[in-house]
Design a protein around this ligand. Structure first.
Ligand code: GTP
Ligand code: MG
Length: 400
C-alpha cells in the first residue's frame, strides 16, 4: 500500500512525511526543498481483534498498543508541483512518475494562505488555497492525459483494425500506473465514453477520461494544513464548501513535535489521540509549555492534529480496506511458532479468501483447499468473502 503526498511547494508535504513516519527529511520555509522523493513507513490505526478474543497478542508485521493495531503502509513525499508543471514549469512533472505505484494521494494544502502558487511566502491570508486545489487536480490529470496520448492514434487504430478489447489493452498499457480493468471500466462510465470509438476521441475526451481515471485509480483526500494559523479557519470552511473530496484540517507540524516528544519519553501520546499527557514538564521551557498548551487547544477544536486521521481516512474510507489476520493455529490464534495474532493484513473489502491466501503466500493460491474461521472454527469455502477483523486459517494441499 503506497500513498503519495502531493501539493505545491512549501505547503508541508515533507513535514507530513516526517510526522507520520518519524523521519528527518529536510524541511524549510522556501519552495523546492525536496527534489528527490522521500519514502517512509507510516501506520494506520485499527481496533485490534485481541480485545474481542481476550488474548495477549504478539504482533510481527504490525504493532499493538493497548488494543490499537498499527499496520504499516508506505508514504512517498515528492517535489512540489506548480501551475504549468505539465509543460515543464518548476521542476516539471516528470517526478510525478514516482507516484505511478500510488494507490491514493494526500493533497497537502496550505490553508493559512501564507504561500503563493509557487510556494513563496506571502502575507498570511493573502493567497486563496482554493486555487491550489483547482490547479493541482488539473496538473495531475494533464500528467495522466499525456501518458495516454503517447502513441494514442497507433494504439487505438490497432485495437480497431485487429478488433481487440480496448479495456484489456488499456489495462496492459497502464499497469505501470497501478490502473486496472475495473478502474478503466468505471472511468469510461463516468466520462460517458462507453460504446464510443477511442480512435475518434478528441483531446478533450482523452482529458476527461484522464480526469475520471485519476479520481478512480488515484483517489485523493485534502489536508487543510497549517490550521494553527489564524488565517486558516475561514479558508478551511471555504475549502469544505468548494470540494466534494474529504477535507481533514490539520496541524502537521504539531503532530511532528508530539511524535518526537513521545519518542523521547517526555509526553504520553499515541498518534491520532485527542489529547496528550506531559510527563517530564521540567524538560520543557516556559515557551514550549505555552506552545504545547495552544496545541492542545487546537486539538480540542479539531479532534486531533489530523495526520493520523488523514492516513486512516485514505486507507479505510477512500480505498475501502479492511483488516484480516491469518493464523496457523485456530485453537490459540497463533502462527507456527506460537506468536498470537502475528500479522494484520490490509485488503480491499470484497476480497475472496483464496485471493487473500495468495496475498499471504503466493504458493497458497495453487494449493489452497479451504479456510477455517478461527473464531467460530467453521469451514470457509473458497468463495468466502473476507470480513473486517476476520481471523482465518488456510488449509492447503501442502499443509500450510
Ligand atoms: N504553521 C505551520 N507551519 C507548517 C506546518 N507544517 C509545515 N509547516 C511549515 O511549512 C514550511 C514548509 O514545510 P515543508 O514540509 O518543507 O514543505 P514541502 O511541501 O515539503 O515543501 P517543498 O519540498 O519545497 O515542496 C516549513 O517552514 C514548515 O515548518 C503546520 O502545520 N503549521
Ligand atoms: Mg518537501
Amino acid at each position: 500500500m503506497l500513498i503519495g503526498i502531493v501539493g505545491k511547494p512549501n505547503c508541508g508535504k515533507t513535514t507530513f512525511l516526517n510526522a507520520a513516519c518519524l523521519t528527518t527529511a529536510k524541511v524549510a520555509d522556501y519552495p523546492f526543498t525536496t527534489i528527490e522523493p522521500n519514502l517512509g513507513t507510516a501506520y494506520v490505526r485499527s481496533q485490534c481483534v485481541c480485545k474481542e478474543l481476550k488474548v495477549q497478542d504478539k504482533p510481527k508485521n504490525s504493532i499493538c498498543i493497548n488494543g490499537v493495531r498499527l499496520i504499516p503502509i508506505e508514504l512517498l513525499d515528492v517535489a512540489g508541483l506548480v501551475p504549468g508543471a505539465w509543460e515543464g514549469k518548476g521542476l516539471g512533472n516528470k517526478f510525478l512518475d514516482d507516484l505511478r505505484r500510488a494507490d491514493a494521494l494526500i493533497h497537502v494544502v496550505d490553508a493559512s494562505g501564507s504561500t503563493d502558487d509557487k510556494g513563496n511566502l506571502t502575507e498570511p491570508g493573502s493567497w486563496d488555497p482554493i486555487e491550489d486545489i483547482k490547479f493541482l487536480e488539473y496538473e495531475i490529470a494533464m500528467w495522466i492525459s499525456n501518458i495516454l496520448k503517447r502513441d494514442w492514434h497507433k494504439f487505438t487504430r490497432k485495437i480497431e483494425v485487429e478488433r481487440l478489447d480496448f479495456v484489456d489493452k488499456m489495462a496492459q498499457r497502464l499497469s505501470g500506473l497501478a490502473i486496472n480493468k475495473s478502474h478503466i471500466n468505471e472511468a469510461l462510465k463516468t466520462s460517458k465514453l462507453v460504446g464510443t470509438k477511442p480512435v475518434k476521441w478528441s483531446d478533450e475526451e482523452i482529458f476527461n477520461f484522464a480526469v475520471a481515471l485519476r479520481k478512480i485509480a488515484k483517489p485523493m483526500i485534502i489536508i487543510a494544513n497549517k490550521a494553527d494559523m489564524k488565517t486558516a479557519d475561514e479558508n478551511i470552511k471555504r475549502i469544505k464548501e468548494f470540494t466534494k473530496d474529504i477535507v481533514v484540517p490539520a496541524c502537521v507540524l504539531g503532530e511532528f513535535f508530539l511524535r518526537k516528544f513521545a519518542e523521547d519519553g517526555r509526553i504520553n501520546y499515541i498518534p491520532g489521540d485527542s489529547s496528550f499527557e506531559i510527563i517530564k514538564s521540567e524538560s520543557f521551557s516556559d515557551n514550549e509549555l505555552k506552545t504545547l498548551n495552544s496545541l492542545q487547544e487546537l486539538i480540542d477544536k479539531l479532534g486531533s492534529t489530523g495526520v493520523q486521521l488523514a492516513l486512516d481516512t485514505a486507507v479505510f474510507k477512500l480505498l475501502d480496506m479492511i483488516v484480516a489476520y491469518p493464523v496457523h493455529e485456530v485453537s490459540n490464534f497463533s502462527d507456527a511458532d506460537g506468536n498470537v495474532l502475528p500479522d494484520a493484513f490490509l485488503i480491499p473489502k470484497g476480497t475472496p479468501i483464496k485471493e487473500f491466501a495468495s496475498k499471504v503466500h503466493t504458493e497458497l493460491a495453487e494449493t489452497f483447499i479451504h479456510g477455517i474461521d478461527a473464531k467460530t472454527k467453521k469451514r470457509l469455502g473458497d468463495n468466502y468473502i473476507i470480513q473486517d477483523c476476520d481471523v482465518v486459517k488456510f488449509v492447503s494441499a501442502k499443509g500450510h
